[in-house]
Design a protein. Structure first.
Length: 535
């Protein structure tokens, strides 16, 4: 709990893992097709040894591709009692949407969905009032294609990247400018992309024409660092900070070399130069592409040194700007350190970019609604969530990495007019996405939340967005030594790290559901181009 008695994000994880009721699907026949629809064969187990609780259970079914709710209802009757230590079958009958347009049978692939079951007290108890949520569980299954969510028209641009649009190319000695023209309205809808050839950096992705609106403010650039958490700072480094300066220096000179294994992981990150890397462009090239324009750039990421920098990573970024104004960003990271086994576990492997301050509304498909991290995400359920960017900040007493969202399929940011940017993960979900009004440097240098810009000031700041292919867990088994379990560490030796995202402009969208349908359409185009079946 925080000092004001509001829940700490980790409390949701504890509650989820300790909930008394567990749900599962029937092993032999989880979903039965019947004439009127389907029957989901659900099982509930009461893990309590002695206690029976009168409960009511409700469910929602959401489409996996969009997160949009398809069906909702009650499980069983209100006041249901499951005896302690027992398991009970609870079938759920769902009617087909009307009209039914799908075939039936085991050869039809069906629609991937999540079913989320919420358990609440049906009466008052000495420890909580009626309606108190005891727990939530989420299961994956497939339903007939008649349940599929209707697609979106796609806004101002045709979703299909093989459409009739065209790309104009202008090049100077220092810049490359690309412009995608909308086939729907050549006079008003266009998107411009600009690269700095000397730095290899994407410097502009913007709506142009009758509307002039930047879709990004800065970036994207490779990033391997995070604002250290309390656990990251634990160990020798924090303990030495408790001593007066003279003693601190003596310990650092005469003691620390013999107990290097006890130094904090954050100290090792800084020693490796991950906090202040030197990133230089190695080369820049571009060429035409069957459906657009290809730009390739390479970066050398190095740690600063007293005489010369030490190589850390080589990052190759391939951009494909399509005629439909989408921009693919394909990233490959290779470790180039002379002794990669000596590098500490990495904080993250991903991209950092900045978005305009006016894009204040965030919608994402992933785990939520609260903060989650790779080793603390079971209590955050998959879904479609929306909220203000500034509300993602978690006010830890000691400002640090915060507000992460795991297993993110897509995320969007729009302004009050519904204009903005959609970012869709390709190949696999992003392990972590983080949107903050504060930079890493601001979080790392602050000692209390009051050291950061106020909420009103933060609204005027650009959004710092992290798109992470890999992100270290938080740990916590023991705060005073490096505490992240090996399964949740990011080993620099396990590269290369490869991931990709698609950027897409949004114009006058009407809410989270429309955004999510557009993202699903982009995914369908990708699958058709790869010749792969729908997931």
């Amino acid at each position: 709990m925080f000092p004001d008695r509001t829940p700490h994000p980790s409390l949701f994880e504890v509650k989820h893992l300790q909930q008394p009721f567990l749900f599962s699907l029937d092993d032999d026949n989880p979903v039965m097709e019947v004439e009127s629809g389907v029957c989901i064969n659900l099982r509930i187990s009461n893990e309590n040894l002695f206690t029976s609780l009168p409960v009511k259970m409700s469910y929602t079914i959401n489409d996996k591709k969009t997160g949009i709710q398809m069906v909702a209802g009650m499980v069983g009757k209100t006041g249901l009692i499951i005896p302690p230590g027992t398991t009970r079958q609870l079938p759920i009958s769902i009617e087909h949407p009307s009209p039914v347009v799908a075939q039936r049978g085991e050869n039809f692939p069906g629609v991937g969905v999540w079913i989320t079951i919420t358990t609440q007290l049906s009466t008052d108890s000495p420890w909580a009032s009626k309606g108190h949520i005891i727990g939530q569980s989420q299961l994956e299954l497939r339903l007939p294609n008649s349940f599929e969510v209707a697609p979106s028209a796609g806004g101002a641009w045709a979703i299909d990247d093989t459409g009739p649009g065209r790309i104009c190319v202008k090049e100077t000695a220092t810049n490359l400018k690309l412009r995608s023209q909308s086939p729907n309205d050549p006079n008003s809808c266009a998107v411009a992309v600009e690269f700095d050839k000397t730095t290899g950096r994407l410097v502009r992705y913007a709506l142009t024409g009758t509307q002039e609106k930047d879709l990004i403010s800065s970036g994207p650039m490779p990033n391997f660092y995070r604002a250290p958490t309390d656990n990251d700072l634990g160990g020798m480094e924090m303990q030495m900070g408790m001593f007066p300066d003279l003693i601190h220096k003596m310990l650092a000179k005469y003691v620390a070399p013999f107990v290097a294994h006890q130094t904090s992981v954050a100290g090792r990150w800084r020693k490796a130069g991950l906090d202040k890397p030197v990133i230089e462009s190695a080369n820049f090239s571009h060429s035409t592409h069957p459906t657009g324009h290809l730009v390739t750039t390479n970066f050398a990421v190095q740690a600063p040194g007293p005489t010369r920098p030490t190589p850390l990573f080589e990052v190759a970024i391939k951009y494909i700007f399509y005629r439909n104004a989408a921009l693919d960003i394909d990233v490959r990271v290779v470790t180039k350190h002379p002794s990669p086994s000596k590098l500490p576990p990495l904080p993250r492997v991903g991209l950092q970019l900045e978005l305009p301050a006016s894009f204040s509304s965030m919608t994402y498909l992933g785990r939520g609604p609260h903060e989650s991290y790779p080793d603390r995400k079971q209590g955050a359920l998959m879904g479609l969530y929306t909220g203000a960017v500034e509300d993602q900040y978690v006010p830890y007493i000691f400002p640090t990495e915060n507000g992460g969202k795991t297993d993110v399929s897509h995320v969007s940011f729009v302004d009050e007019e519904g204009d903005g940017i959609l970012i869709k993960s390709l190949r696999q979900n992003l392990e972590l996405m983080n949107a903050s009004k504060f930079s890493l440097q601001q979080l790392e240098s602050a000692r209390h939340t009051v050291d950061l810009p106020s909420r009103e000031q933060a609204k005027l700041l650009p959004t710092v967005l992290h798109l992470d292919h890999k992100h270290s867990g938080l740990g916590g088994d023991a705060s005073w030594i490096p505490s992240v379990l090996r399964d949740y560490q990011v080993d620099a030796c396990k590269g290369p790290f490869e991931f990709a995202v698609k950027l897409y402009p949004l114009v006058n969208v009407k809410g989270p559901n429309e955004i999510s349908k557009i993202a699903a359409q982009l995914q369908n185009v990708l699958k058709r181009s790869e010749g792969s079946p729908d997931a």
